[in-house]
Write a protein that binds this ligand. Sequence first.
Ligand code: NAD
Length: 273
Amino acid sequence: METLKLNNGVEIPSIGLGVWKMDDATLAYKAIRFALDLGYRHIDTAMIYKNEEVVGKAIKDSGIAREEIFLTTKLWNDDQRSGKVTEAINASLKRLNTEYVDLYLVHWPVKETYISVWEKMEKVYQDGKTKAIGVSNYQPYHLDELLQKTEIVPSVNQIECYPYLSQEAVITYCKGKGIHPEAWGPLGAGKTDILTNPIMQGIAKNHNKSTAQVALRWNLQRGVIIIPKSVHENRLSENFSIADFSLTAEEMKQINRLDKNMRLGPHPDNFDF
Ligand code: NAD
């Protein structure tokens, strides 16, 4: 399993399992156990996904040492607004049945609090409740202000990113500041035709791989961490088997050209939750 080094030296596996919308506890438990057996060592959850208990139980029951698994959870917007960051992470740790997480992310840049919340995130980090802190859905202007006004540079910015939304500018910005880009929705969240796009199909055929594997490989080769979600065993295996091929420079360019700035989730400047 390839790992990348975050700006504080912590290692993060470049492929993780996203667990949003794994609402059915039995299905989620089975999927996570299967993924861990396959070799996944990185799980991305959030308070708002309402499945931290299942994630914690699947990790415990897997018998894999806690320190071998990279676990991310996120601070929800209401807890950001109320300022109860320590309380929020304590509650997440309790549900996850663990002493620490590996990465704690501010889920969305809430206009009124995205700077003030960071000092509380720094405290949570200094208290050892998480090995790294980061943000999600932040635009360069949010980060510029954060870097000017606060101490610790976020380790990660998790953003929506797949071939129709390449996020080149945000990714270049983050890399320049030592903030690792991470892609949510790397397969287009099952909401677009990206996986049946003829260019993607042509490239997949060249490598005898699926279009999903090509979409994931493209981000990986640009140095972007990916956290695809599936509960199906064949897809969990497929999404994890992308280390044995490389896209050519020309194929990377072909995929880059598919960008049409097409968001499937809300814009970070315009969300209502
Ligand atoms: P995704 O791009 O990972 O797409 C998942 C969907 O793609 C599945 O439900 C399934 O329909 C399909 N799929 C999965 N594997 C496939 C395969 N091999 N072949 C064909 N289809 C396949 O979308 P996502 O779940 O929205 O994003 C991944 C993770 O990112 C989430 O589970 C969550 O952990 C995280 N996330 C974070 C934010 C944020 O605001 N930070 C927002 C959304 C999601």
